[in-house]
Design a protein around this ligand. Structure first.
Ligand code: NDP
Length: 399
């Protein structure tokens, strides 16, 4: 018997709630809380069966979250609100001695910069309180770290080269929309690129490095080197890595619209004065773009996300590619979502299940690759994100 509190009723929150509700043997009591209770109620109603309790909460306010936790008494809090709320939610969990899990690392609102330092700073206090925080348990970060841990455990003595490849070959039919929170998404992709090589971080201009990469069942797609947060923890946890990179696909139309928006100043996070009121252009842009949770209907095509790794096993060169393809239309049929919300929400549910069933345990603040990957990999197959692997074949990223 366990109680879980989900914070954030967006695209990802809806999937987490749906998936937790479908596993009553683990998640006996579920509460979904968000900034707007009406959104939680709508999700709870769609799921039905009186499985989900709902509440309103401002996750920026520690006292409010503490009061909510004290009322509901969860065993674990799943944070699928925005990265801005990570620190307040971690603080609330600390004060109430409740385990914590999220899918994205903290970002300050006024600087488009994400890194683990702020959350890793909670380590000692979580250890002293005897509770556990699992960081970055979506797909990437999340499954990308579990895949890497699985490769390290079963296939390599030393991993040398890691490429995380993320393709969305889907078409939602909208002129322009982002697949997860528009503000967070646009902040991420307009930043400079960065990758790890021989102990150093090499910075690139945004979208400067790109190449065609062949994705299983999809074909070749132009893939752009970006900085992504799991590179920070994976290069620390696997010090034999000589190089670690992250690639994501973007279509020419998407990039074109994004360029225009950037050039006219709509992606800026610097507040401006508009008719006597201070507004942030990117937040205004978010308000006029479709919400990620509404993109599912009519979305066609697949995502394909995986890890391509080169290293050594028993003194010989080894290559390994592990990936999942996820079909937008199938996801919509199952739970009304699109594949990007689904590929984030399912791993968050599985991570919660790992903690609540004691498969992942310990105290402190940990990234997903620090746990045993095997039970998680097994559940990916069971709960909708089956994976495939190729051993000792040419890696698509290198062709
Ligand atoms: P959405 O914008 O659809 O949902 C975010 C939700 O959080 C909304 O319901 C929003 O409320 C709520 N929220 C925002 N601020 C607060 C607050 N102060 N208090 C309470 N609730 C709040 O985003 P997504 O569902 O697409 O993304 C959710 C998270 O998942 C993000 O952090 C994103 O970065 C992460 N993510 C991780 C991925 C991974 O693979 N690791 C991939 C994709 C996303 P309201 O509806 O009122 O605006």
């Amino acid at each position: 018997m366990s109680r879980v509190l989900i914070i954030g009723a967006g695209g990802v929150g809806a999937v987490v709630a749906f998936k937790c509700a479908s596993v009553p043997e683990v998640f006996t009591d579920i509460m979904l809380a968000s900034r707007r209770k009406a959104k939680c109620d709508k999700i709870a109603q769609t799921i039905g069966g009186n499985r989900i309790q709902t509440a309103q909460v401002d996750a920026d306010n520690v006292e409010e979250v503490v009061a909510l936790i004290q009322g509901f008494k969860p065993d674990l809090l799943i944070n699928v609100a925005l990265p801005y709320q990570d620190l307040t939610l971690m603080e609330a969990c600390l004060r109430t001695k409740v385990n914590y899990l999220d899918t994205a690392n903290y970002e300050p609102r006024d600087v488009a910069k994400f890194e683990y330092s702020w959350q890793w700073a909670f380590r000692q206090r979580y250890q002293d309180a005897g509770i556990l925080a699992v960081l970055g348990c979506g797909f990437d970060p999340g499954v990308s770290g579990v895949y890497t841990a699985y490769a390290a455990k079963h296939y390599f003595d030393e991993m040398h080269y890691l490429d995380i490849v993320d393709c969305n070959a889907g078409d939602h039919g909208k002129a322009f929309a982002t697949n997860f929170n528009p503000e967070i998404n646009i902040r991420e992709i307009t930043q400079k690129g960065r990758y790890y090589q021989d102990g150093q971080w090499i910075e690139t201009l945004p979208m400067e490095i790109h190449k065609g990469v062949k994705y299983p069942n999809i074909g070749e797609r132009e893939s752009y080197l970006m900085y992504h947060e799991e590179l920070e923890s994976l290069t620390k946890n696997y010090p034999t890595l000589k190089r670690a990179r992250f690639w994501m696909t973007f279509g020419p139309k998407y990039l074109n619209v994004l360029n225009v928006l950037q050039e006219v100043g709509m992606t800026s996070i610097k507040p401006i004065n508009y008719e006597g009121k201070e507004i942030v252009p990117l937040q205004f842009l978010k308000a006029v773009l479709p919400e990620p949770s509404t993109l599912g209907a009519g979305y066609k095509g697949e995502t394909s996300i995986g890890c391509q790794i080169r290293g050594i096993k028993d003194g010989k060169d080894r290559t390994y590619y592990v990936w999942n393809n996820c079909d937008h239309a199938k996801v919509f049929q199952e739970c009304g979502a699109q594949a990007v919300s689904y590929t984030t929400g399912v791993p968050a549910m599985i991570g919660a299940m790992m903690v609540l069933t004691g498969k992942w345990n310990g105290v402190g603040v940990k990234n997903v690759e620090e746990f045993d990957p095997d039970p998680f990999m097994e559940k990916l197959n069971q709960y909708g994100l089956p994976w495939n692997e190729q051993i000792d074949q040419a890696l698509p990223i290198e062709q």
